[in-house]
Ligand binder design. Structure first.
Ligand SMILES: O=c1ccn([C@@H]2O[C@H](COP(=O)(O)O)[C@@H](O)[C@H]2O)c(=O)[nH]1
Length: 234
């Protein structure tokens, strides 16, 4: 996989046939791929291994959130699949994140990157209020990111709207992974905190997670190439 591509394509499909057919249209030199809850729940480790064997670096986006013992075991099981990145929810707390980190320690440099979700990019301030989080959304993202960093995570998932703020507060090699990417004129859908690919990179995102704007395009490869070209020009 090329180190220069920050693009991770979210393969949000109901089955392996559709996911593999889309992946075949992509180029592992231009992107990584992400397997999320729907696809994994239907198709499981076999599909993940098929993607890994076809040359893609895979982000297994299962956002674990449970007691420390359970999350540690789940993260270790994910790592056995040969994936490039796995994640947990930072709101699971420091003991949970610490247990996840320790579960990967025996793998040394072969361990996948371990990231933590701060506040989902589909959420806005009013929803935080509804779940009883009485902080400004930016502040909540920042506190969870700092907690994740202190708990040994390699990075966080946040929106590109928060990356300039976080870049000033976290280490340079702490990865900022940003979904909610919407090229100009594409539909926002259920996402709320969105940014264009160029905005995201200019504000300090390391990796851009992009689903529907690529996977639902008439030509996914053309959509991917167009975004990659936009990023090279920015
Ligand atoms: O905060 C988060 C965390 C994960 N996601 C995932 O990213 C993709 C985004 O897909 P789009 O089609 O580009 O909206 C999707 O798989 C989410 O589960 C996120 O959006 N926000």
């Amino acid at each position: 996989m090329s180190d220069m591509s920050p693009i991770i394509v979210a393969l949000d499909f109901p089955d392996s046939a559709q996911a593999l057919s889309l992946a075949e249209q992509l180029d592992p030199k231009l992107c990584r791929v992400k397997v999320g809850k729907e696809l994994f729940t239907r198709e499981g480790p076999v599909l993940v291994k098929a993607l890994v064997n076809s040359g893609f670096e895979v982000f297994l986006d299962l956002k674990f959130h449970d007691i420390p013992n359970t999350v540690a075991a789940a993260v270790a099981a994910a790592a056995e699949l040969g994936v490039w990145m796995v994640n947990v929810h930072a709101s699971g707390g420091p003991r949970m994140m610490d247990a996840a980190r320790k579960a990967l320690d025996p793998m040394g440099s072969a361990a996948p990157l371990l990231t933590a979700v701060t506040v989902l990019t589909s959420m806005e301030q009013s929803e935080l209020d509804q779940i009883g989080v009485n902080r400004a959304l930016d502040e909540q993202v920042c506190e969870l990111a700092l907690l994740a960093e202190r708990s040994g995570m390699d990075g966080v998932v946040c929106s590109a709207r928060e990356t300039s703020m976080l870049r000033e507060r976290v280490a340079k090699d702490f990865w900022l992974v940003t979904p909610g990417i919407r090229p100009a004129n594409s539909e926002q859908g259920d996402q709320r905190r969105v940014a264009t690919p160029a905005e995201a990179v200019s504000k300090g995102s390391d990796y851009l997670v992009i689903g529907r704007p690529i996977t639902r395009a008439d030509s996914p490869l053309e959509a991917l190439k167009q975004i990659a070209a936009e990023l090279q020009q920015s």
